[in-house]
Ligand binder design. Structure first.
Ligand code: GLC
Length: 559
C-alpha cells in the first residue's frame, strides 16, 4: 500500500510522529538538514528487492502493512527469496505457542517443550520473549495479537505488587504472566510475576522499556495511532517513565540496576549500569517522545525526556565506548585524580583491565562495554545492548560501523558455529564463584555466561540492515539454518563456538523460532526495519571532549 493506513485500512490524518525531533520539542529552531539515510544505497542494492520500496521506510507508516489470512506466512510468498523449508515449520511452531485469554490470543509461551520434565516458568508469556513474536506477527500482517498483548500487560501494570511487605513502584510491568484455567468453574484468570516469584526476586527493568518499544513498533507498522493515544496507554507510559526519570542521588544519567533485572535474569555481575538496560532505556525514551501526547501531563515528561536523552547519549558515547585508541588511553590512565579536570573520571585502575581484552580488541572496530561505575569497567561484550544501541541510534553512525567491524573481525568469538554469543568472554573458576555465586546453570561458556542464543539473530539482522551490511546477517542466518530445526529450536547453545545444544536448554523455545522468522522477513523486506529502528536525531549533540562535560552552571541554552 502506498499511503498511510490505519488498522482498518483507511487513511489517517495523523502527523508524521517520527519526524518529531528534540529541537522541535523544546521549541528551538530546527536545523534544516536533509534526512540522511542510515544505511547506504550501495549495500542495499545487494538485496534482491526494489530499493524504491525503501524510500519511505522512515515515515510514520511502514509500507509493508498488509492484512493477511491467518495461518499463511506472507514471508514464504516472497518472490525474490526462495522460502527456506524451515520457515513453514517455524510458523507452525510459533502458532502452537499462542496463549489465549477469553478466546483472544494475548501472547506466546516461552517454550513449548513437552519433553522437558521441569516446566519452571517456561509456560508463561514473558514480556521480553514476546517481542520477536510480536514483530513476526506484525510483519505478517497480524497486528491484533500485539494489540491484545499490549492491553493485557497494561492492565497487569495496574495491579498492586508486593514482595513480602514491600510495595513495588506503580509503573512496574510484569516479567511474565500466565492464564489459569479453572475447568470446573469454567473461568480463566491471569497471574503475573513482577519479580516476587522470579529466581532471585528481581523486578524486570526491561519489561516496561520493551512495552514502550513494542507500542511504537505497533503504531509505526499499522498506522493505528489511536491505541497509543488512549488515556490508558498514555498513563502506562508515564508510569514507566516516572520510575526511571525520578531524581535521586544519581550523579550519572544512566540507570542503576540490580543483577538479574533483564534478559540475563540471574546473578552475572551485571549490577550497576548494565549496557542492556541503558540501551533499552535510551530507545524507550526516544519511542515515548514519539508517542506521548502534547497535553499538560505529556509535556512535562517530554521536557524531562529530552534533557535525559542529551545527558545519556553523551555519557554512553563517551564513557562506555571502547576501541583500540580508547583502550590504550585507559591503559595509560593516571589514578587518584581529583576535581573536574580529571581524565580518569571514575578512577579506573589500569591493572583492573583483564588480559583478554588486549588480544580481543582489533585495530578496526569497537563496542559499548558492559558496565561503567566507580573504579569498575566491565569490559565484556554484551550483544543485546550493542545491537539496541545501533537500532536506537544511541551509537553514532561511526560507532555503529565500528560495532559491525568488530563482529566481522571477531566472528569466531562472537558468532561462532551457531549464532550468537550473549556475552563474551565467559567467566571461569574463582571469578565465576565470586561473580555468579557458584551458579550451576551459568558455568563457563553456558547459558548467560558465554552461551550462544539464537534469539539474538533478529537483533543482529536488524543492526546489519541498518548499517548496510546485510551480508553479515545472511552468513549468520545460514549458520542458524544448519542447526536450529535439526536441534528442535533450542533456547541456547554451549561451548566457545556454540557447537553444543545447551546443558539445560529448552527445546522449541519460542523466541528462538520467532527470532529466526523476524530475521528472514527483515532481510526479505528491509522496510520492516523501520518499526524497530530510529534514525539519528540531528539535534543530539555530537561527542564533545571529555573535560568539557563537567559544568556546575545552569544548563546552557542549547541543551
Ligand atoms: C531465561 C532467560 C530470560 C527469558 C526466560 C524465558 O530465564 O534468561 O531472558 O525471558 O528464560 O524464556
Amino acid at each position: 500500500m502506498d499511503g498511510p493506513v490505519n488498522s482498518r485500512g483507511g487513511s489517517t490524518t495523523s502527523v508524521d510522529v517520527d519526524d518529531l525531533d528534540l529541537s522541535k520539542l523544546l521549541d528551538k529552531p530546527k536545523l534544516k538538514i536533509e534526512r540522511k539515510r542510515s544505511f547506504d544505497e550501495r549495500s542495499f542494492s545487494e538485496l534482491p528487492i526494489n530499493v524504491r520500496q525503501l524510500e519511505s521506510y522512515d515515515s510514520l507508516y511502514s509500507p509493508g502493512y498488509r492484512s493477511s489470512g491467518i495461518g499463511t506466512p506472507l514471508s514464504t510468498r516472497g518472490e525474490a527469496f526462495d522460502p527456506h523449508p524451515m520457515v513453514g515449520e517455524a510458523w507452525e511452531a510459533l502458532r502452537r505457542s499462542l496463549v489465549y485469554f477469553k478466546g483472544m490470543p494475548v501472547g506466546t509461551i516461552a517454550a513449548y517443550d513437552h519433553a522437558s520434565e521441569e516446566v519452571l516458568n517456561y509456560d508463561q508469556v514473558f514480556v521480553r520473549d514476546f517481542v520477536p513474536s510480536a514483530l513476526a506477527f506484525l510483519m505478517n500482517g497480524e497486528p491484533e495479537i500485539v494489540k491484545h498483548f499490549l492491553l493485557k500487560t497494561l492492565h497487569l501494570q495496574g495491579w498492586e505488587k508486593r514482595v513480602d511487605r514491600f510495595k513495588l513502584g506503580e509503573g512496574v510491568m510484569p516479567a511474565s504472566f500466565k492464564v489459569l484455567h479453572h475447568p470446573t468453574r469454567k473461568t480463566e484468570t491471569l497471574i503475573a510475576d513482577f519479580g516476587e516469584s522470579a529466581i532471585g526476586r528481581v523486578a524486570p527493568v526491561d519489561s516496561g522499556f520493551w512495552w514502550i518499544i513494542l507500542l511504537r513498533a505497533y503504531t509505526k507498522h499499522t498506522g493505528d495511532i489511536s491505541l497509543a493515544e488512549t488515556p490508558e496507554c498514555q498513563k502506562g507510559m508515564r508510569l514507566i517513565l516516572s520510575l526511571c526519570l525520578s531524581e535521586g542521588f544519581d550523579t550519572f544519567p544512566t540507570l542503576l540496576c540490580a543483577d538479574g533485572c533483564s534478559m540475563i535474569d540471574r546473578r552475572m555481575g551485571i549490577y550497576g549500569y548494565p549496557i542492556e538496560i541503558q540501551a533499552l532505556f535510551f530507545m524507550s525514551l526516544r519511542c515515548a517522545l514519539i508517542l506521548l501526547k502534547h497535553d499538560a501531563e505529556g509535556k512535562e515528561f517530554i521536557e524531562r525526556i529530552v534533557k535525559r536523552l542529551h545527558a545519556l547519549s553523551y555519557h554512553m558515547r563517551s564513557y562506555f565506548w571502547l576501541d583500540f585508541q580508547q583502550l590504550n588511553d585507559i591503559y595509560r590512565y593516571k589514578t587518584e585524580e581529583y576535581s573536574h579536570t580529571a581524565t580518569n573520571k571514575f578512577n579506573v585502575i589500569p591493572d583492573s583491565i583483564p588480559d583478554w581484552v588486549f588480544d580481543f580488541m582489533p585495530c578496526r572496530g569497537g563496542y559499548f562495554i558492559g558496565n561503567v561505575s566507580p573504579a569498575r569497567m566491565d569490559f565484556r561484550w554484551f550483544a543485546l545492548g550493542n545491537f539496541v544501541a545501533i537500532l536506537s541510534s544511541l551509537a553514532t553512525p561511526e560507532q555503529s560501523t565500528a560495532i559491525m567491524d568488530l563482529i566481522e573481525e571477531r566472528w569466531e568469538e562472537l558468532i561462532g558455529e551457531v549464532p550468537l554469543k550473549i556475552t563474551y568472554p565467559a567467566i571461569e573458576s574463582h571469578e565465576w564463584r565470586i561473580v555468579t555465586g557458584c551458579d550451576p546453570k551459568n558455568t563457563r561458556w553456558s547459558y548467560h555466561n558465554g552461551g550462544s542464543w539464537p534469539v539474538l539473530l533478529w537483533l543482529l539482522t536488524a543492526a546489519c540492515i541498518k548499517t548496510g551490511r546485510p551480508q553479515i546477517a545472511r552468513k549468520a542466518i545460514e549458520l542458524a539454518e544448519s542447526r536450529l530445526q535439526k536441534d528442535s529450536w533450542p533456547e541456547y547453545y554451549d561451548g566457545t563456538l556454540g557447537r553444543y545444544v545447551g546443558k539445560q536448554a529448552r527445546k522449541f523455545q519460542t523466541w528462538s523460532i520467532a527470532g529466526y522468522l523476524v530475521s528472514k522477513m527483515m532481510l526479505e523486506d528491509p522496510s520492516h526495519l523501520g518499526m524497530i529502528s530510529l534514525e539519528e536525531d540531528k539535534a543530539m549533540k555530537p561527542l564533545i571532549k571529555r573535560s568539557a562535560s563537567w559544568n556546575c552552571s545552569k544548563p546552557k541554552e542549547d541543551m
